[in-house]
Ligand binder design. Sequence first.
Ligand code: BJW
Ligand code: ZN
Length: 246
Amino acid sequence: MDETLTILADRIRAARRLTILTGAGISAASGVPTFRGQDGLWRQYRPEDLAIPEAFERNPRLVWEWYDWRRGKIAGCRPNAGHQVIAAWSETRPECSVVTQNVDDLHVRAGTRNLTRLHGSIWELTCWDRCAKGAAAWRDERVPLGELPARCPQCGGLARPAVVWFGEALRGDDLRAALESTACDVFLTVGTSAIVYPAAGLVHDARRQGAFTAEINLEETPASGAVDVAIHGGAEVILPRLDELL
Ligand code: BJW
Ligand code: ZN
């Protein structure tokens, strides 16, 4: 493990463009439940059962109850050492891009620069009917949210979390920024199960373009066999160790 860490640290030190993709695992040590870990199951529903427009159409209250539960958990969480190392790199390295799938805002709270949030923010809402004034997302940090399902203050119809569900397109600007960031020297994927696309494809795009690729995760993922180095361990432990070696 020490040898792989040194190899990766050498590559990061020499890199001009560094891109880091994060998933739920980076926030696990902060206390945010991951999606596919044991603590991520809410009333036995899988994310694929709730994070889809059809679930919201069928039962908006149930989906809102899941989000209200998650907002309550996240509200009590703080960025951990992993978020802090990434924020410091984004501050000190001019060509560092951070792409996250997380909606918890912990990278923002750690002060991360040049951040693309592929799946939105759990603290923002939009109008489900996309009424003229409710189409732009608004921020609502109340915990709990109050009466569920939440309502659009403009038209009184249903509001939804301003996040990307399965089958929905990512925002064009976000996807473009993420794809552009794959033209890098080192691409580091951290704490993601690497099964949800298009995010899961980014590391492969980076490798095809000649980047040195690395993964930090507690477990093997579908990306582990494809990257140049796969490091097994907690992001909150490995990232600070990597930072010390730079
Ligand atoms: C640690 C740790 C520690 C724990 N340290 N590690 C190509 C192929 C196949 C399918 C598709 C494809 N392209 C598109 C699809 C369909 C679909 C998809 O990918 N399906 C797959 C499941 C097969 N994708 C989509 O639908 C996407 N949309 C799209 O492509 O649109 C196309 C389109 C174009 C034009 C018009 C219309 C459509 C959208 C995907 C949206 C995903 N949304 C969610 C919910 C977001 C909102 C919310 O949070 O509620 O995003 S689902 C959920 O999964 C969430 C996450 O961001 C995402 C990824 O999860 P993540 O982060 O990897 O978490 P976990 O829990 O899975 O893994 C945690 C990992 O951490 C584990 O590996 C642990 O080991 C590790 N770990 N502790 C280090 N301390
Ligand atoms: Zn509305």
